[in-house]
Design a protein around this ligand. Structure first.
Ligand code: FAD
Length: 465
């Protein structure tokens, strides 16, 4: 018989939202089970953040292995065994997913393999191939994530790839078309371009990487072109014909219909929340017309026992946002007064150069009614950036005019993804440009760029005039 198993807290999905929520809930003394229908680690660890960064890094290494003439380095006979690259990428993923499993177990969280379906506001059924098991809970945190949107004219296949397919190719394609120049398409396109694939990115809007300003995206486009990639903006992808060993993609640009042949087409046109197959209607959980679950500041839905976090709720679909919300939901269930505050949530594109933004841009600050200063410092005036031979880029700090309070920052340059943390901290801690300027930064480091942009904000920079 199906005797219900009783829990304090059930977590649905073990991605960066769910596994973090489960661990934090267990830390507060809750009896927790996390149910996962696929692999622990979710999209991020298995087919998202981590494998994409691994491929990008391998691509960079390969590019650099071709020598850097400006540094006096030339090389011969550089080659890549792509199936070994994939093996290495897989080993990175396995280390991390194994690590997460260990962390869950170490925190006494039970991991159950299966698919969750809601029965009522305190009950789910968990189905695997053979069985159905009922669980009852006091509280539940849903973290089922998102899936790539499929265009009706680009049905996914062996040649028409979503991001997961593109991450698991076992050859370096000669030619690849990427539909959608968001960060996922641009990162993956750039990774293959680094390996020598002739990449064409088709973007419907007038620029790739929407959300970052033109000065930043121009740097990425320049590098992409150096890698031999072709970027077509205001391009409307129309359809695909699969040939014997490739694809023919048709698109419209400048009022003309064009066809382009390639080995593969990668479609990255957005992701949709996994909320349609959970039986949530049965329980009356409020969703908007796009399927995103509505939550309050503690990640609680309109149903008081059910919380939702990560890609299934609105806001940037990013792993660190999912994890952050996971901690809030777990702490809220434990009776703590944790609340979400998206003030300083960083966004990063792991492109070449990396782009990162946190808090306000100059424009968004003005729209929000602030009087601001925007203070820039170029990587080209920094000794470390020059000695890395990566001097393209800048860091911009947005400060409130009246008191120098740091309210945002944008960075384009090497290691922007790491540098953005200091600026996030400055915003979270309510620091001013003076605080950053008075902090001694080691020399020579890229971090000095942050200090110097703060000095620009103070009106007295040392290394630019
Ligand atoms: P997910 O990671 O999607 O996990 C949800 C889990 O729930 C899955 O494991 C799924 O199997 C499970 N599940 C679904 N339905 C059920 C059910 N009914 N029962 C049981 N289990 C279920 N973000 C970043 O911050 N940085 C990056 O660099 C980055 N790069 C990315 C690159 C790519 C190619 C992609 C696709 C995404 C990337 N992201 C990145 C986004 C990031 O992966 C997501 O924002 C993040 O994974 C969302 O976490 P989540 O916990 O909400 O959901």
């Amino acid at each position: 018989g199906d005797f219900p198993i009783e829990l304090d807290t059930l977590v649905v999905g073990a991605g960066p939202g769910g596994y973090v929520a489960a661990i934090r809930a267990a830390q507060t003394g809750q009896k927790v089970t996390v149910v996962e229908k696929g692999t622990v680690g979710g999209v991020c660890l298995n087919v998202g953040c981590i494998p994409s960064k691994a491929l990008i890094q391998a691509g960079h290494r390969y590019e650099h292995a071709h020598g850097e003439e400006s540094m006096g380095i030339t090389t011969e006979n550089v080659s890549v065994d792509f199936s070994k690259v994939q093996e290495w990428k897989g080993s990175v993923v396995n280390k991390l997913t194994g690590g997460v499993e260990g962390l869950l177990k170490g925190n006494k969280v039970d991991i159950v393999q299966g698919e969750v379906y809601f029965v009522d506001k305190n009950t789910v059924k968990v189905m695997d191939e053979k069985n159905s098991q009922t669980y009852t809970f006091n509280n539940c945190i849903i973290a089922t994530g998102s899936t790539p949107i499929e265009l009706p004219t680009f049905k996914y296949s062996d040649r028409v790839l979503d991001s997961t397919g593109a991450l698991s190719l076992n050859e370096i394609p000669e030619k690849m078309v990427v539909i959608g120049g968001g960060y996922i398409g641009t990162e993956l396109g750039a990774a293959y371009a680094s390996f020598g694939t002739e990449v064409t990115i088709l973007e419907g809007l007038d620029d790739i990487l929407s959300g970052f300003d033109k000065q930043m995206t121009n740097l990425v486009k320049k590098k992409l072109k150096n890698k031999g990639a072709n970027i077509v903006t205001k391009a409307m992808a129309q359809g695909v014909e699969e040939t014997k060993d490739g694809v023919k993609v048709t698109y419209e640009a400048n009022g003309k219909e064009e066809t382009i042949e390639a080995d593969y087409v990668l479609v990255t046109v957005g992701r949709k929340p996994n909320t349609d197959e959970l039986g949530l209607e049965q329980v009356g959980v409020d969703m908007n017309d796009k399927g995103f679950i509505q939550i309050d500041k503690q990640c609680r839905t309109n149903v008081d026992t059910i919380y939702a976090i990560g890609d299934i709720v609105e806001g940037p679909a990013l792993a660190h946002k999912a994890s952050y919300e996971g901690k809030i939901a777990a702490e809220a269930i434990a009776g703590e007064n944790a609340e979400i505050d998206y003030l300083a949530i960083p966004a990063v594109a792991f492109t070449d150069p990396e782009l990162a933004s946190v808090g306000h841009t100059e424009e968004s600050a003005k729209e929000a009614g602030y009087e601001v200063n925007a203070s820039k410092f170029p990587f080209g005036a920094n000794g470390r950036a020059l000695s890395l031979n990566e001097a393209d880029g800048f860091l911009n700090i947005v400060t409130r005019k009246e008191d120098g309070l740091v309210i945002g920052a944008q960075i384009a340059g090497p290691n922007a993804s790491d540098m953005v943390s200091e600026l996030g901290l400055a915003i979270e801690a309510g620091m001013t440009a003076e605080d950053l300027a008075l902090t001694i930064h080691a020399h020579p480091t890229l971090g000095e760029i942050t200090m110097e942009a703060a000095e620009v904000a103070m009106g007295s920079p040392i290394h630019i005039v």
